[in-house]
Design a protein around this ligand. Structure first.
Ligand code: HGY
Ligand code: MN
Ligand code: MN
Length: 420
């Protein structure tokens, strides 16, 4: 919470911080923030967001995949829209700002228009995407893919860690998996998609800037690896006779880290999850599964790195006589932000008196899916220490306010350029 009259924070910024705290309190787990796709807390968050949208003068509904969708009509009914938004699911043990800052700021900007009775020559829509992180089911951007008409029905069979298929989770949530196609929007309904998001990195802080223009959203490849060896007695099997799946996984993880650390082109590789069975101190692990996330500034660089990683893992598995299963679970190309939109983000930043600074996004965002139905742009807001995907994630209220004023200026000055 921020005290009254906090330096440089308008009522708009103050209201956004209040709502960040309110939404951030809706978690599956006491003591930390986790809100995954189609959980009861996901539903509670959706209900709160829908109420905020309606209070802001928007018609609001939950679409067939669980996106929260608000619409503020323009000067005439049924006009094409400038779509804003972000996601309302979180990673595990998350920060409160990743996703919700963009979504709540957009809702509060529309509420400001509504309060002033201002109507624009276009509609403004705000979308809270249901699943950007892909934590519960190993597939991301589910909400934005549905809106872009690119939802892969095949993922309905993907199971969560409890073995529940996504299809059943949707039904339990009160949605009809067979209706997901109805969430798709036509390109002529959207003028553009613009997302405000925390930077999740240290660059704006190092530049001493509260906001920045995103040039492109870096692509990513996620893989699921499984190594199968032979479980055995930790005391009786000689080291040279072992087929230790966890030791093999450890060598793979070290190889991934080493190849990324020695790359000077911005390649990053992460093993975020690992699970070994049978999981007893005195048993040689017979089976290990782990995830791999690889990203690079260009698709060509990333694809070469993925191929190199696959070769390295295959070689380790062969030498150790481990059975390898390696599947790509998620692939997103690098998405450029549209120049005609970047200019409008830059104009809004300059209009609020800040130096215009451009930077790429190392993190993935819903714009990677929305590009299939509209041009996209992003406005980054500084976050403390660049920390994200962590409970210490934080945005200074003055920066919340800066982001909101820039976004509101962008909305009110938004121009649809015929020649793009
Ligand atoms: O993984 C990402 O880059 C995003 O936070 N989902
Ligand atoms: Mn995230
Ligand atoms: Mn995010």
């Amino acid at each position: 919470m921020i005290g009254p009259g906090a330096a440089g924070v308008s009522d708009l910024g103050r209201e956004i911080v209040r709502r960040i705290d309110a939404l951030g309190a809706i978690s599956e787990a006491p003591g930390h923030l986790t809100r995954t796709f189609l959980s009861p807390e996901h539903r509670a968050a959706a209900d709160l967001l829908l109420s905020w949208m309606r209070d802001a003068g928007m018609a609001a509904h939950l679409d067939a995949i669980g996106n929260v969708c608000g619409r503020y009509e323009g000067q005439n009914e049924g006009l094409p829209c400038l779509m804003l938004g972000s996601h309302y699911d979180t990673v595990r043990d998350a920060g409160r700002w990743d996703g919700p800052l963009g979504l709540i700021t957009a809702i509060c900007c529309v509420a400001d228009l509504h309060r002033r009775g201002k109507r624009l020559p276009f509609a403004v829509e705000v979308t809270g995407f249901a699943d950007e992180e892909g934590v519960r089911f190993a597939s991301t951007l589910l909400g934005s893919r549905a809106i872009a008409g690119r939802f892969d029905q095949g993922v309905l069979g993907v199971r969560d860690s409890a073995g529940l298929p996504m299809r059943d989770a949707l039904t339990e949530f009160g949605l009809d998996p067979d209706q997901i196609g109805t969430a798709a929007r036509a390109r002529n309904e959207l003028l553009a998609y613009v997302e405000l998001h925390i930077e999740q990195g240290p660059v704006l802080e190092s530049e001493g800037l509260p906001v920045g223009v995103v040039t492109a959203i870096t692509g990513a490849t996620r893989l699921a690896a499984s190594l199968t060896g032979v479980a055995g007695h930790a005391g009786t099997v000689p080291m040279l006779l072992r087929r230790d799946a966890l030791a093999g996984a450890a060598e793979c993880i070290s190889a991934i880290e080493a190849s990324c650390r020695t790359d000077d082109g911005g390649l990053v590789g992460t093993v975020g999850c690992i699970h070994a069975t049978p999981g007893a101190t005195n048993v040689i692990p017979g089976q290990v599964s782990f995830t791999i996330d690889i990203r690079a500034p260009t698709d060509a660089h990333r694809n070469l790195a993925v191929a190199d990683t696959v070769r390295r893992i295959e070689s380790i598995a062969n030498r150790r006589k481990l059975l390898l299963q390696l599947d790509v679970t998620h692939e997103n190309r690098t998405v450029p932000c549209a120049p005609w939109l970047k200019r409008q983000v830059a104009d809004a930043i300059a209009g609020e008196g800040y130096r215009v600074f451009e930077l790429p996004s190392g993190a993935g965002h819903d714009g990677m899916a929305m590009i299939d139905v509209a041009d996209v742009a992003m406005l980054f807001v500084r976050c403390r220490g660049g920390i994200s995907h962590h409970p210490d994630e934080h945005v200074d209220p003055a920066d919340v306010d800066a982001g909101a004023r820039v976004l509101l200026r962008l909305i009110e000055n938004f121009r649809v350029l015929t020649e793009k």
